[in-house]
Design a protein around this ligand. Structure first.
Ligand SMILES: [Zn+2]
Length: 266
């Protein structure tokens, strides 16, 4: 593939191009990304209204947007998840997500979150799809739940926020560790250690656009092209060339999310 940039191809494994703030600009955002070598984006739904928007985006940009469907713990309303299952069964679905646990204050009750997580993990196991997991202040509980699914699906811990010791336990369980803009921040020693130590075969990169600030860009202004900044920082902390991080992370992402190597055309 001919590009006007130096360096390798990247896949942003987690960005919310389905966020209303991107309405009307997704084409431009994707071409800016492509200009920097970010040729494919995994776009996870998060609430009920985002499910059809995500499907629509994937239909409009089939070679660049790879959809995931699920309800994020912040948006659980205690209702059924039949609509999620409907979208997951559509052809071209890349993953179940964004799902997970968030035990910070003010979140839906823990039982509601656990029930929805297990239901969506079961859907992934039944449909043979990987899962994209959000986890905040709940790594112990998440670990216990995931042990029952060991070997049944690929699990991606998105924008990983645990310690190195926690990361090691999840790696033993077979999980992938995805680094976001948090790792680019100068003082983020905990994340730097994880990015340095994560085994090659489990490393993924993402932006969580538009939300997670990088060292150079404030939250709400982040786009998939910032995956380049994430990859550069990961290369720096691992002490390897940028192209090497592109090669490793893109290979992992393509495998987990079934993204064809030739993706990226508009
Ligand atoms: Zn997200």
């Amino acid at each position: 593939m001919e590009r006007d940039v130096q360096g390798g191809i990247l896949i942003d494994t987690h960005c919310h191009l389905n966020d209303p703030s991107f309405e009307g600009s997704v084409g431009d955002v994707l071409s800016r990304a492509r200009g920097k070598g970010v040729t494919a984006c995994v776009v996870p739904a998060y609430d009920r209204a985002s499910l059809p928007r995500t499907l629509e985006l994937a239909g409009r940009y089939p070679k660049a947007v790879f959809p995931a469907f699920g309800i994020h713990p912040w948006y659980l309303d205690g209702g059924g998840l039949e609509d999620v299952e409907y979208y997951l069964k559509r052809p071209g679905t890349s993953a179940v997500g964004e799902i997970g646990l968030d035990l910070a204050q003010g979140m839906p009750a823990r039982e509601v979150q656990e029930k929805a997580l297990v239901a969506q993990l079961d859907m992934a196991a039944n449909l043979g799809l990987p899962v994209i997991v959000h986890c905040r202040k709940a790594h112990g509980l998440l670990y216990d739940i995931l042990t029952a699914y060991r070997g049944k699906m690929d699990v991606v811990l998105h924008s990983f926020s645990g310690s190195f010791e926690v990361m090691e336990r999840f790696i033993d369980l077979g999980c992938y560790i995805s680094f976001s803009g948090s790792v680019t921040r100068q003082g983020a020693k905990k994340y730097h250690r994880c990015a340095h130590q994560v085994p090659e075969g489990r490393l993924l990169l993402e932006t969580d656009a538009p939300s997670i600030a990088t060292q150079t860009t404030v939250a709400s202004c982040v786009e998939p092209h910032h995956a380049v900044e994430v990859a550069r920082k990961v290369a720096e902390v691992r002490g390897v060339p940028y192209d090497e991080v592109c090669r490793i992370s893109t290979r992992n992402a393509a495998r987990v999310f079934s993204i064809p190597a030739a993706s990226g055309a508009p």
